[in-house]
Design a protein around this ligand. Structure first.
Ligand SMILES: *Cc1c(COP(=O)(O)O)cnc(C)c1O
Length: 458
């Protein structure tokens, strides 16, 4: 027999209760939070889908590895275990631990960035962009056209647009492009994968111009499994073999271990260039710590090393991608508009089509986010005019191209019945969508306002 049901490939040894609230309580909580879910205490949330970053459940083997942590300041045994685990997957020569992904970015771009420099990527994640722009350099996105259309289905909507990338290199000049990046999967573009063919094509183009290629590898395992499922020639390869091939085209890697290393904190920078690695290590010592711990405890390095092997388990990856797809399928069946097909780590509701009566300047995504909390204690995040909106000279909102609500799924944390509950709540909110109201901002910080803004219904 070949059972259809894909089950969670683990049993539960330790549980963490979640706290139920009443609708009346949630109404009060939401008002106190200024209608901003970032301001709600996590203890008042039933199912927390704010992010998949640092929210993974660790395995019993990871917790056991934590006890094995060697806290020696220099030359810790745990560092060598970590280094071996990263090398086995990436084959990079120099492995530099950092406390999270943005610390790796900060070090890398402080060295290669600066005014007059340009960094192309399929889509820069916001911390990557911020670290590039902070040095005075420019971050440019070259996402394939189909990746920009939420309603169009395609296998690899995270791909780089090779032609646009080549014209950009010719226009800006090779000497002004210290490196090219590719983000797998494409977080800001909905967790959509990049094909092996595309990585290879980007590498060939980079080789033609002598530009190094770096991979932002936060979700490399999810990307590898998408390649296995969707790209010809990879159906019989293991996720490890696919990941190794992906990294064989790269000259360097940045990674937030809070995603596909299944830990709550950690990251690394890896590369083949010895000169660059020396400069990075020197900066690391100033900002993060000695090169064999880089801002982490020995026990954290152990947990990353163990997580990197677990994340490539086929049963895990099959369950992981299937749980996100399952949520997407059920929503689509009820007519809920989402970005299709579902990506690896999250479902993105298309708020423009969900509540067409709420215009961008009344924050349609925020309205849905608030309603999901009121209806079911679910915390999601707006990715639209609240997060990325700008103002023109007359203080009029310039909305971003898409108004989205992200439901990020933490790794190994929720079971299928949590997801079924979530589906029920979303469908209920969707049925009542005509009653949803817009919001106005009553307080906002000058930068990154979405974290602390306060709203009122209009
Ligand atoms: C999360 C993330 C980062 C930054 O990592 P942190 O650990 O949050 O600093 C960089 N790039 C991508 C694609 C990410 O998803």
């Amino acid at each position: 027999m070949n059972p259809k049901t894909i089950i969670e490939p683990f049993k539960i040894k330790s549980v963490e209760p979640i706290r139920f609230t009443t609708r009346e309580e949630r109404e009060k909580i939401l008002i106190e939070a200024g209608y901003n879910p970032f301001m709600i205490h996590a203890d008042d949330v039933l199912i927390d889908l704010l992010t998949d970053s640092g929210t993974s459940a660790m395995s019993s083997k990871q917790w056991a590895a934590i006890m094995e942590g060697d806290e020696a300041y220099a030359g810790s045994k745990s560092f060598y275990r970590f280094e071996d685990a990263v090398k086995k997957i990436t084959h990079m020569k120099y492995i530099i631990p950092t406390h999270q992904g943005r610390a790796a970015e900060k070090i890398l771009f402080s060295i290669v960035g600066g005014p007059g420099k340009y960094f192309p990527n399929n889509t820069h994640f916001d911390t990557t962009r911020a670290n590039i722009e902070f040095t005075g350099a420019e971050a440019d996105d070259f996402l394939t056209e189909v990746g920009k259309h939420p309603e169009q289905r395609a296998d690899f909507k995270g791909n780089m647009d090779i032609e646009k990338l080549e014209s950009f290199i010719k226009e800006k000049g090779v000497e002004n492009i210290p490196l090219c990046m590719i983000t797998v999967t494409n977080n800001s573009g909905g967790g959509q994968p990049v094909s092996m063919q595309n990585i290879r094509d980007v590498k060939n183009l980079c080789n033609k111009y002598g530009i190094p290629l770096f991979i932002d590898a936060c979700r490399f395992a999810e990307n590898a499994y998408f390649i296995k499922l969707r790209e010809k020639g990879y159906e019989n390869k293991t996720p490890l073999e696919i990941a190794q091939e992906m990294f064989s085209y790269a000259d360097g890697v940045t990674m937030s271990a809070k995603k596909d290393a299944l830990v709550n904190i950690g990251g690394f920078l890896a590369m083949n260039d010895q000169g660059l690695a020396m400069k990075c290590r020197n900066l690391l010592i100033v900002t993060e710590g000695f090169p064999t711990y880089g801002g982490l405890a020995g026990r954290d390095l152990e947990a990353v090393a163990q997580g990197l092997t677990e994340v490539l388990d086929e049963h895990y990856l099959q369950y992981r991608l299937r749980s996100v797809e399952y949520l997407g399928e059920k929503l689509v069946a009820e007519g809920v508009p989402i970005i299709e097909p579902p990506g690896g780590h999250a479902i993105y509701i298309d708020a423009k089509r969900f509540v067409p009566h709420i215009k961008a300047d009344k924050f349609p995504g925020q309205s849905i986010v608030c309603e999901l909390y009121l209806e079911g204690g679910i915390r999601a995040v707006e990715i639209g005019s609240v997060m990325f909106g700008k103002y023109d000279k007359n203080n009029k909102l310039i909305p971003p191209p898409m108004e989205l609500v992200r439901l990020a799924i933490p790794r190994r944390v929720y079971t299928q019945s949590h997801i079924d509950f979530l589906i029920e709540i979303i469908i209920e909110v969707f049925r009542n969508r005509n009653k949803l109201k817009g919001y106005k901002i009553v307080y906002e910080a000058p930068i990154l306002r979405h974290f602390t803004a306060r709203f009122e219904p209009v």
